[in-house]
Design a protein around this ligand. Structure first.
Ligand code: G3P
Ligand code: CA
Length: 346
């Protein structure tokens, strides 16, 4: 009798043990991401306003960042490039054809890259009207003739917020801009976002790039600022998940993967080819966590996907829709008309 009980107990305990090993091995341990974020001083889930609140306002413009700030986004996300005369500006695309009226102002230069324009030339462009034309249901007359922002203007928006959002800065097409990392670090140091001597303000500042070399330079210049390697379909088709995780771990503290929707969609599935995987499945997230990396997914705009990536263990999302994310992650629904009024874009 006793022997049977002992054998039964040992067998039961072994089964439970095996199940736990299997579960945590496959799915990752839910507390890992929480511990990593806490150690970095990073909000979790981090709501990273992708190009500002860019579903409701023209991307990387003043109202997009102001609205994101007022919505309580953890971070304002933007892409930096440099003008011909050395000004750092926020712009995503290589050229100005999608998000400005360049064809009207500088005919023939529609496909010229940003670095071939001076800052004064960029200031002649209207970076808001395209949005009204493309999204009439979200159009606002106040978006007409918005300007491309220099980085200092975004810092001012963040600095005057209460609470103050963090900055999540991408060195975009960094191979085209020799020395841009040094200029960025200098600017952020002068403005107090990086403390002289190297220490950052907790994780209120994060660097990100698709270019490992750029992250390596940032690591040298500002070792205490967290860095996240972004991963795209080309990188994913050339390397295994574990290979990407190892690369990200050598360069920084995070990995930026696509969200579930993109990986499940036919476009991406095709592009990912042999390396097709949904990086936000918990067993992938778990492996990143075990390598000491936080996981932030881009670009997650639907509530179902916000829940899905969170359930998979992701530590935050890049989103064009911080207003949706705030509600999805347990906040209240924002009073948008009041916020528009408050930031001066009624
Ligand atoms: O920067 C975060 C991620 O969304 C990268 O994509 O092309 O929007 O800068 P992109
Ligand atoms: Ca970006």
């Amino acid at each position: 009798m006793w022997l049977k009980l002992v054998i039964g107990g040992v067998a039961g305990a072994s089964l439970v043990g095996a199940a736990l090993v299997l579960m945590f091995g496959l799915l990752g341990r839910p507390w890992d991401g929480r511990n990593l974020a806490e150690r970095l001083g990073m909000p979790r889930p981090a709501i990273i306003a992708h190009r500002g609140a860019s579903y409701l306002a023209p991307e990387e413009t003043r109202p997009a960042f102001l609205l994101a700030r007022e919505l309580g986004a953890s971070y304002l996300e933007f892409d930096i490039q440099r003008t011909q005369d050395g000004v750092l500006v926020a712009l995503h695309d290589d050229d100005l054809s999608r998000t400005t009226n360049i064809a009207e102002i500088f005919p023939g230069r529609e496909r010229d890259t940003v670095d071939t324009f001076t800052y004064a030339e960029l200031q002649r462009l209207d970076a808001g009207t395209w949005f009204n034309l493309r999204h009439p249901a979200r159009a606002r007359s106040a978006f007409r003739d918005l300007k491309i922002l220099r980085i200092e203007q975004i810092l001012e928006i963040a600095e005057s917020g209460s609470p103050r959002p963090g900055l999540y800065i991408e060195t975009k097409a960094a191979h085209r801009y020799a020395g841009i990392e040094r200029e960025l670090v200098q600017l952020l140091t002068d403005r107090g976002w990086i403390q002289r001597g190297g220490a950052a303000m907790g994780a209120r500042l994060v660097f990100q790039s698709f270019e490992p070399d750029s992250l390596a330079r940032l690591k040298d210049l500002a070792p205490d600022v967290p860095r996240l390697l972004l991963v795209d379909e080309v990188m994913a088709s050339e390397a295994s998940w574990d290979g990407l995780v190892a690369q990200a771990a050598a360069l920084g503290q995070g990995i930026g993967t696509w969200g579930a929707r993109w990986a499940l969609g036919p476009h991406w599935s095709k592009k990912l080819g042999g390396a097709r995987y949904v990086a936000t499945w918990p067993w992938y997230t778990g492996r990143a966590h075990r390598a000491g990396l936080i996981v932030h997914c881009w670009t997650v705009d639907d509530r179902w996907e916000m829940w899905m990536v969170a359930a998979g263990g992701a530590d935050g999302i890049f989103t064009n829709r911080p207003e949706v994310a705030r509600a999805a992650y347990g906040g209240d629904a924002p009073d948008l008309p009041r916020l528009w009024q408050r930031i001066g874009y009624p």
